[in-house]
Every structure is written in structure tokens, then in C-alpha cells.
Ligand binder design. Sequence first.
Ligand SMILES: *[C@@H]1O[C@H](CO)[C@@H](O)[C@H](O)[C@H]1NC(C)=O
Ligand SMILES: *[C@@H]1O[C@H](CO)[C@@H](O)[C@H](O)[C@H]1NC(C)=O
Ligand SMILES: *[C@@H]1O[C@H](CO)[C@@H](O)[C@H](O)[C@H]1NC(C)=O
Ligand SMILES: *[C@@H]1O[C@H](CO)[C@@H](O)[C@H](O)[C@H]1NC(C)=O
Ligand SMILES: *[C@@H]1O[C@H](CO)[C@@H](O)[C@H](O)[C@H]1NC(C)=O
Ligand SMILES: CC(=O)N[C@H]1CO[C@H](CO)[C@@H](O)[C@@H]1O
Length: 597
Amino acid sequence: MWLSACLLLSCICQVRAVWPAPQSFSSGNSVVWIRPDVHVIYNSGNVWWNPLLDNFLESQTEQVLDVQSSYSRGRRDSTSGQSIVHQGVARALSTLFKQNLVPWKLVPRNQLAEFEPAANSKKTYISTLTISQTGADNSSTFKPLAGQVDESYTVSIGTDGAAKISAVSAVGVLRAMETFIQLFYEHSSGAGAYSNLAPVLITDAPKFQHRGLNLDVSRNWFPVKDILRTIDAISMNKFNRFHIHMTDAQSWPMDIPALPELSAKGAYQTGLSYTPSDIQKIQTYANARGIEVIIEFDMPGHTTSIGLSHPDLIAAFNAKPWDTYCAEPPCGSLKLNSPAVDDFLEKLFDDVLPRVAPYSTYFHTGGDEVNVNTYLLDDTVKSNDTAVLGPLIQKLVDRNHAQIRAAGLTPIVWEEMLLHWNLTLGEDVVVQAWQSDENVAAITAKGHKALAGNYNYWYLDCGKGQWLNFDNGASFQKFFPFPDYCSPSKNWRLVYSYDPLGGVPEDQTHLVLGGEVHNWSEQTDPVNLDDMLWPRAGAAAEVLWSGRQDASGQNRSQITAAPRLAEMRERMVLRGISSGPVQMVHCTQHNATECAL
Ligand SMILES: *[C@@H]1O[C@H](CO)[C@@H](O)[C@H](O)[C@H]1NC(C)=O
Ligand SMILES: *[C@@H]1O[C@H](CO)[C@@H](O)[C@H](O)[C@H]1NC(C)=O
Ligand SMILES: *[C@@H]1O[C@H](CO)[C@@H](O)[C@H](O)[C@H]1NC(C)=O
Ligand SMILES: *[C@@H]1O[C@H](CO)[C@@H](O)[C@H](O)[C@H]1NC(C)=O
Ligand SMILES: *[C@@H]1O[C@H](CO)[C@@H](O)[C@H](O)[C@H]1NC(C)=O
Ligand SMILES: CC(=O)N[C@H]1CO[C@H](CO)[C@@H](O)[C@@H]1O
């Protein structure tokens, strides 16, 4: 009965599971169950723990593992990676047994019984999961430059219940575990967790080295718990970078012990700022999930919030009419020819960089949307002539980047610094594009490493309409019905259609490290955060991990992606992420084929 049902529905059995798509995935339709007391063997053959019976998870995950500080204390390389694997496997198995999916939404209505194996049948069990890590981890494993960590892995499950994972690095094991748990469903009778895909053989590695999500935490305030939940969600989708657009004109939400007045006066409200221990917790929490946090201090524009505590450093502070002096109110920019600004920056970076550097290898110094007219009001410059401003911006960026390098970090800048201001940047500097695909190509043409993320595809904030209010006069008519500058909303299909390499000549594609999907937060706060990011960021995650094209060179199709993304969305919801739906249940119950056009 089960066998014939499965043959009948064998396509359903085959196409489901695993987001983002592995590079190579073969599977059958045999059922294997997994024991809740499954033993995990890691490398040397010693059985480690049993995640549910000995309450390992409860005792371990609250404690945030500080892998980098254990490196700096000189512990053996393997020890730290081993703890990361230990915790990651425990978290994954806990998800498998406690937050797993009963797949009623994935099969036609009232056919779950035909899809599920009989609960009282004789069961083949996975009783041991064998994990082999073939390489040694080092301190770069958890804060790599692009290319320094091997995230590849294999997963196999035999029809006899033999389950094996192999990876070069601890991070590869984490990626493998995310894949492994997606191969299982929860039985509706409570009989346990099973996979109906055996034999499974997956060989996988990311297409791009830099797979990021950028969250703006200045325009609206996000408590640490929302940040940590977002790190959970991005790790489920195999992202490896979390870019925090930390500071902007509107607020300065980060405590700087050497300059306490910055957040005391610049945060939206006393206390709505990240303490050094919050930042360390965010970074170590991310490291333990194979993610590197990249903090951005945007400058010289987008710095008005500094003026709330240091009015002497900021030109055109809250200048009006704002649209003459900046892209978004309140206006304000660091003065460009002021020794006091240099002293301030020295002190700021001296405080922050040593605290960030143990867990991260990049620091983003911003540089977007510099408005020339702002410097007409800068008493140290009094000019909007780019021939005057260019060398001053070069000096500011050189100063910052020298200090960043001295702290062992690598700078990232927005594209304008290279493409608009024509700055001379170090070879190490990564340039982040946002305005067009042509600009990604222009960055690589200049020999720089680039990050893609064209706002026409990968800006998740677009399409909510204007946040400006218009009176009933001419501007009301002109802006009616009030779309924002990048309307319409970028739905997951559009996000999925984007190729980070689009427009980049073949001989320069190696310079595209990957890309980032962005959420500017003018209209996002903790209440709608998950729905703004998911499932759409997941669509970018698959492009970055699996590539826009599949193994045969064809563009990946929405029709085959939709059922998998819909399943992933269900799994994310069970894991505490309030993702919006991919489609209506009718489509998900029919493998999306009924909803194909
Ligand atoms: C499910 O979708 C895949 C991919 O489009 C298709 O090959 C398969 O025939 C579909 N199966 C069913 C049962 O509709
Ligand atoms: C760690 O190993 C990677 C891969 O072999 C290498 O690129 C990196 O430089 C190493 N880092 C350190 C600190 O040794
Ligand atoms: C520079 O300032 C002058 C007024 O001093 C103004 O006429 C001109 O439009 C400004 N240039 C730009 C590029 O905005
Ligand atoms: C940068 O170079 C481009 C191309 O030569 C030029 O069009 C542009 O005006 C330059 N920008 C500045 C700020 O000088
Ligand atoms: C594949 O997708 C890219 C955009 O990502 C598009 O430019 C190209 O035309 C597509 N190719 C085909 C054959 O549809
Ligand atoms: C790099 C970048 O995207 N800068 C700005 C572009 O527009 C958004 C939305 O208005 C701003 O929030 C960004 O600061």
C-alpha cells in the first residue's frame, strides 16, 4: 500500500526537501526512521552524546561559545571547532526531533496517509550518525576572508539506515546539518521522524564565498533578541555574512566606552543601544553558526547622529531644505577638513576595532550618497566643487582604512567611493555595489573585489510606498499614489531571478565575491522584521549558495523552486521565524504545478 502510493507520488517524494538546492542531490524513495537516541560519532569513533536523553542542548546552548577567544588563549585548533560542531549538531537534532514538519501542506488534501509510511510497519532506523571532518580549523574558519574557509560537505543516508556526513571544516559540518535535518518529516501519529528519500547522496559547496544579509539598525531600533533570531534564520539558509548597517543620520545605537556621549545622546532613547557585551554576544552567536558579522559605520555622509553629541564635527546639521543637502532627513555630514574630526575618528576606531577584530575580518566604512552641497555649509571647506572635495574624502578614507588595516581588518566601502569619487583604494578593499549591474562590472574592471546586490532586485525595503508626508498641493499630485523610489516591492520571484554575475565579463567573475540582500529600515522594525526578510531573503540565499544557474547551465526555475521554498518556509515558522507565506496552500499541496503559468 505504502509502496504503490509512493510510486504513484514518486515525484513528490523526489522534488521536495533542501533549501538552498545542493550542487548534486540523488535520492530514492525508501523510508528510514531516525532514533531519538541516535548516537553521534565525530572523527575518532567515540560516541559523544545523545542530545535528547542527557539534556545536552538545554545545558549548552544558553552558554554562548566564544570560539575566537579560545584561539587567542592558545587552545589547540581542533578544540574550538569541535565545540562549534558539538553545539551545532545538538541544535540541529533538537530541531529534527522537536520542531519538525508534518507535511500535510505538501501533499494533496486528505492524502497524507498515503504519503506517510505506516506508523506500525517494521522500521529501519538510523541509530548512528557518523561525522568526519577531514581538515583542521584555525582562527580564520570563523572569521574568514572570502575564500578562506571550505564550506563543502557530503551527506549520505543508506537504505540500511547508515548516515554519514563529511566536511573539511567545522563550518562545513554546520552546513551539512542544516541539509540533513531537512531530509526528515515528523509522522502525524507521533511515531517519530522519518525520511522517505533513501538512499540519499548529496555533494554540496557554495557558489559564492560571500553570502550576506544587510540589516539597517539605525532607522529603527532592533533589540538583541531580534538580531539573534535573524542570525538563526540566515544560518538556516546557509548565508555566511551578517552586515549590520549600524549607524546613520537618524540614530547611533552602539555604545562606545571611549565616547559614551555618542549613544547617550545619539540613540533614539537612553538604553536603545548595543553595549560592548551585546556586540560580543552577537558576534560569537554568529560565529557559532558559521556566520561572520560585518559592522558598518557609514561616513562621511549619513552621520547626523554624531552631531547630537559632537555638534562641532558635523556640517549642515539638520540643514533645510533637506533635499538640497542630503538624501533623507535629518541632514549632516562629517566635516571634511577638520583635525577635530580626525581625532574623533581615531578615538572611535581605537575603541571599536580591537573589540570587533577577534570575531570578524571586515569592517565597512560606508561612503554612499555623499551630497556635495552639504560642504557649502562646512566651515572647514565652504565648497561643493568635487575637485576640492575629492582629495579631502580620499584623505578621510585613507586615514580610516590605515587604522582598520592596523587592527587586522579589511575595509569594505560602498560603490560611490570608487565609481563616483574615483578614490584610490587599497587592493584589499572590497567594493559593494547597489545601484546597477553595470556598476558591479565597473568595479571589477578596476580590478577590485565586488559585492553585488542591485537595488532593483535585492532591496527588500522597496515597495512599501513613501514614508514622507505630502501636503495637498502640487507635490501631492506629483507623487500620487506615493510609490517609493524603488517601488514596486521585490517579491521572491524577482529576488530569485537576479544573477550577481549578470553583466560581468567572464574573465572578471572571479572578482565578484558574492552579494548581499538589503533591508533598509525606514519602514521595518521588530514587529514586521521577519515578514520583511522571509521568505524573500531565502530566494537570494539560494542564488548565492547554489547559483542562478543549475548544473546544466539553465537558469533555475520558479516552478521547481516554489515547492522547496514553501517547504522551507514551513520549517522556518516551526523554528520560530515568522516568515510570510510563499503561496497559498492550494499551490503547495499540488507541488506548485497547478499554479505554474
Ligand atoms: C512536481 O514538480 C516537478 C517539477 O516541476 C515535476 O517534475 C513533477 O511532475 C511534479 N509532480 C507532481 C506529482 O505534480
Ligand atoms: C586557516 O586555513 C585557511 C585554509 O587553509 C587559510 O586560508 C588561512 O590563511 C588559515 N588561517 C590562519 C590564521 O592560519
Ligand atoms: C554648487 O553650489 C552652487 C551654489 O553655490 C549651486 O548653484 C550649484 O548648483 C551647486 N552644485 C551642485 C552640483 O549641486
Ligand atoms: C570620476 O571619473 C569619471 C570618469 O572619468 C568622471 O566622469 C567623474 O566626473 C569623476 N568624478 C569626480 C568626482 O571627479
Ligand atoms: C537567465 O537569467 C538572466 C537574469 O538572471 C537573464 O538575463 C537571462 O536572459 C536568462 N536566460 C535565459 C536563457 O532565460
Ligand atoms: C547604499 C544605500 O542603499 N543607501 C541608501 C539608499 O536608500 C535607502 C532607502 O531610502 C537608504 O536607507 C540607504 O541609506
